[in-house]
Design a protein around this ligand. Structure first.
Ligand code: CMC
Length: 428
């Protein structure tokens, strides 16, 4: 393959380096472009822009491939745990027994929140959106860990905040939920695994501990594995963007939560359930809904369909679809929303509109049905996505600092008014 690409404009040309990734992805390195030519590139939505090189996650959207650190998502989903996958994403290799035990121990020791944080929770109104609470409280962790506000990528100054965030995000999520329903906080149980402990903090009562079925705990662990990283999406790019100013890891992941919240990104998992519930409760025919989703004059979209990168299928959706059946069977639940989801998927897969635009179910299409089955309230779905994504955000923040990247500062093409003189108030 050529190692230069030539760009010509108005009679002059520049040779640009070509960067080839380990999976033969090709990128034109335009780092020198502005200095040498005065021009910039324009790519709204960054669909053609690589913001970094990365060793963490590989996606081939055309073939429906997703790998963390080289390991296929299908194998991790089948054989790994969320703790093992989190270690892999963060540190680049599968942990040996001691590494895994130490990591789990660090996470377990960090499960408690500082008691002072209770007063912050009490300050939120009951109907506060949990993603707003999560984002605020992750930033508030900075106030209780001022000695950890560094950009260290090795040693305790990195491993401690990383473990704190991965562990405490569960307690923050569970406390936010319990505050919103007027229930007291439930302290973590060190004897439980990552997902079991979260379910306990969410659902245990003072005199009745919640004991999750193994299938439920495993389903949640699997959900978290599938969300652990997804390369340079909107929220991960936000984490890198904020981190690039040398803001702390706490602030960077707090900003990531804000970006994830939107319905076009992580918030889609709530929207899918709202869409399916609306169809079910109002007796709308799935066919009529699909027609609306295709109509440019209608605001409806088929939520949980389409993806910027996947143009064949999202492998996470395929894994989740298989799990949903198993979990519903184990819990002896039959969910009418699942039948509607199957019907919508079948129609969408055979309609030209969706085929031509490569619109397939994404991770959010079936995840809501899974979370609903295991008792997670709809307004907590995106919070669960955020819990799963923490290792990926932290790994990306760390990689960015290891590579000593410059501050993220895109340019623009200005299209506003050219120079004009100020007009005094009475003369306008
Ligand atoms: N329903 C109906 N039409 C759609 C949909 C949809 N869900 N998604 C895209 N389209 C159409 C869109 O109108 C456009 O049509 P046309 O070419 O005629 O103008 C075409 O498909 C291309 O869509 P786009 O919006 O330009 O694609 P994008 O890459 O900018 O956006 C997306 C990707 C995921 C934001 C979008 O597909 C979408 O809004 N999907 C629904 C929300 C959703 O499920 N989001 C979760 C994404 S996966 C989880 C995550 O990682 O965030």
């Amino acid at each position: 393959m050529a190692d230069k690409a030539t760009l010509s404009y108005e009679g002059s040309s520049i040779d640009l380096d070509v960067v080839i990734g380990s999976e033969n992805e090709v990128g034109i390195d335009i780092t020198r472009l502005r200095g040498a030519t005065g021009m910039i590139t324009l790519d709204p939505g960054y669909a053609n822009t690589g913001s970094c090189t990365s060793d963490i996650t590989f996606i081939d959207g055309e073939k429906g491939i997703l790998r963390y650190r080289g390991y296929p998502i299908e194998e991790l989903a089948e054989k790994s745990s969320f703790m093992e996958t989190a270690f892999l994403v963060l540190y680049g290799h599968l942990p040996n027994e001691k590494e895994l035990a130490d990591f789990e121990n660090d996470i377990s020791e960090e499960a408690y929140l500082h008691y002072g944080m209770k007063s912050h929770f009490e300050g939120f109104p009951d109907n506060a959106p949990p993603m707003a609470v999560l984002s605020a409280m992750l930033n508030i962790l900075s106030c209780y860990n001022t000695e950890l506000l560094t950009t260290a990528t090795e040693g305790p100054k990195f491993t401690e905040p990383a473990a704190k965030i991965i562990s405490k995000v569960r307690a923050i999520a569970a406390w936010a939920y319990r505050t919103s329903i007027g229930k007291p906080f439930m302290p973590p149980r060190p004897d439980l695994g990552y997902s079991g402990n979260f379910l306990h903090m969410m659902f245990s009562q003072q005199f009745k501990l919640y004991e999750p079925l193994p299938e439920v705990e495993r389903a949640l662990d699997l959900f978290l594995i599938l969300h652990a990283d997804h390369e340079q999406n909107c929220s991960t790019s936000t984490v890198r963007m904020v981190g690039s100013s040398h803001a702390s890891l706490f602030s960077a992941v707090s900003a990531g939560v804000g970006a994830l919240w939107g319905p076009l990104h992580g918030g889609a998992n709530c929207e899918v359930i709202r869409m399916l519930t609306g169809i079910h409760e109002h007796g709308i025919k799935p066919r009529d809904f699909v027609e609306k989703a295709k109509d440019k004059n209608s605001p409806e979209k088929l939520m949980g369909f389409g993806h910027r990168v996947y143009k064949s299928f999202d492998p996470r959706a395929r894994i989740l679809k298989g799990q949903v059946d198993a979990v519903l069977k184990a819990l002896n639940i039959s969910d009418p929303l699942l039948d509607i989801a199957y019907e919508l998927e079948e129609m969408a897969r055979s309609e030209d509109y969706f085929i031509e635009r490569n619109l397939y179910p994404n991770v959010d299409f079936y995840s809501g049905i899974l979370l609903r089955a295991i008792g997670i309230p709809v307004n907590m779905f995106t919070v669960l996505f955020a819990i799963g994504r923490m290792p990926g955000w932290i790994a990306n923040w760390r990689e960015m600092h290891e590579q000593s990247l410059r501050i993220s500062r895109p340019r623009q093409i200005y299209t506003g008014a050219t120079k004009r003189s100020y007009i005094p108030l009475g003369e306008r």
